[in-house]
Design a protein around this ligand. Structure first.
Ligand code: ADP
Length: 187
């Protein structure tokens, strides 16, 4: 089963994605985590992505599609994956659809984590004091929200026109939201 988690930064996709991946026994492709790891280890990919990520802008579609292609080709991904943080642009939506199609697969479920900007801002501020992510500073956060509105929000309509989107109200306890996800997924 291939599932995509969509929603603004700080919507809780990462937290719910881990729980869902464990429950379904399939891996999660989290481009933000993979990129942060590359930055930490100073790999060529990390060197390319570092400044863009820290500014709060989106990394190029080419780089992202390279990462997704590699992850999808891994044997562990053959029974399905959870996409967390990809897809963030229409070209990425098209690219992922093409990759899946080439493998005789499709996106089975699109979950949209719905939260207000105000909730997002307060969650990210809390996370900044705990994790100290460079892109959680207020200027970068504003840029990430703008990138979300301008480049990622249209992706919802793209999926809406191709099979639909399931909305998950993403405010409440981690358990309550996990329960909504479980119902949407059906297991
Ligand atoms: P969050 O969901 O909290 O915004 P992520 O960890 O998913 O954060 O992503 C952090 C940063 O990594 C993004 O702001 C962006 O610079 C980069 N990034 C991650 N995934 C993508 C993607 N699919 N396309 C473009 N940039 C990405």
């Amino acid at each position: 089963m291939n599932i995509i988690l969509l929603g603004p930064p700080g919507a809780g996709k990462g937290t719910q994605g881990v729980l869902l991946a464990e429950r379904l026994g399939i891996p999660k492709i989290a481009t933000g985590d993979l990129l942060r790891d590359a930055v930490k280890h100073g790999t060529p990919l990390g060197l390319k992505a570092k400044a863009v990520m820290e500014s709060g802008a989106l990394v190029s579609d080419d780089i992202i599609m390279g990462i997704v292609g590699e992850e999808l080709a891994k044997p562990a991904s053959s029974r399905g994956v959870i996409f967390d943080g990809v897809v963030r642009t229409i070209p990425q939506a098209e690219g992922v659809a093409r990759l899946l199609d080439g493998m005789g697969r499709k996106m089975d479920l699109v979950l949209f984590f719905d939260v207000t900007d105000q909730e997002v801002l307060s969650r990210i501020e809390k996370r900044r004091t705990i994790e100290g992510r460079a892109d959680d500073d207020p200027t970068a956060v504003q840029r990430r929200l703008t990138a979300y509105r301008e480049q990622t929000a249209p992706v919802l309509d793209w999926y809406e026109a191709r099979g639909g989107v399931t909305r998950i109200p993403a405010v409440g306890s981690v358990e309550a939201i996990a329960d909504r996800v479980r119902k949407a997924v059906g297991r």
